[in-house]
Design a binder for this molecule. Structure first.
Ligand code: SF4
Length: 202
């Protein structure tokens, strides 16, 4: 894997990027980057769940808005709203092209909204399995691979779960109302991608 090429291409889009050899190093990097006591929004992500980063931040004094820790639907709505104006936001993404495009699918849109605008700083954690050669391949990965697996994880049952690819459904079980490509950043200090040399998430 040519991580140095991906890092250079992300940098050319005003996105900082660092290589991390494993999730342990990634957690340390995140905890070093984010000051204690700041507010942190968490985008729902299997990668971040695997890393258990919400608990690590909570334990050392950060205020964390993670909807997966909510006790009911009302609290989920409140946490999603609060996440939009935090000091920091941490999320995964569904695919990354070698040219540096971040391709995302999103159900209600709170995660991609926070990636685009609101939180002062954004950290995007990606496993090596998310990296593909081109923008088209990244869109294909998000739509035809990640969507159905995320649907299953969230307890939805759209048609792609059965047929193994997107059929552009209008199902009430649809999980991908938003398809968003982040092509770069206006503020070069805002977004950092951490590339983990492990397979993480879908
Ligand atoms: S539009 Fe429907 S079938 Fe296609 S990926 Fe989304 S949920 Fe699955």
């Amino acid at each position: 894997m040519k991580y140095d090429v991906l890092i250079k291409n992300l940098n050319s889009r005003n996105i900082n990027a660092y290589y991390c050899k494993d999730t342990k190093e990634t957690n340390k990097k995140i905890l070093d980057m984010i000051p204690n006591k700041t507010t942190v929004g968490i985008g729902n992500s299997k990668t971040l769940k695997t890393m258990n980063i919400s608990k690590k931040l909570l334990d050392r004094g950060n205020i964390v808005y993670d909807k997966t820790l909510a006790k009911d639907k009302d609290e989920i709505i409140q946490l999603k709203k609060k996440s939009l104006l935090t000091d920091w936001y941490i999320t995964g993404t569904n695919a990354v092209s070698m040219q540096g495009h971040l391709v995302n699918i999103d159900h209600s849109g709170n995660r991609v909204a926070a990636m685009i605008y609101g939180p002062d700083k954004v950290i995007v954690v990606i496993g090596k399995n998310k990296i593909v050669e081109s923008l088209e391949a990244a869109k294909d990965r998000a739509r035809n691979h990640a969507a159905s697996l995320n649907a299953k994880r969230a307890g939805y049952n759209p048609p792609c779960l059965k047929v193994g690819k997107c059929v552009d459904c209008k199902s009430k079980e649809r999980v991908c109302f938003n398809h968003v490509v982040i092509e770069g950043q206006y503020d070069h200090e805002r977004m950092t991608v951490l590339i983990v040399d492990e397979e993480l998430g879908f």
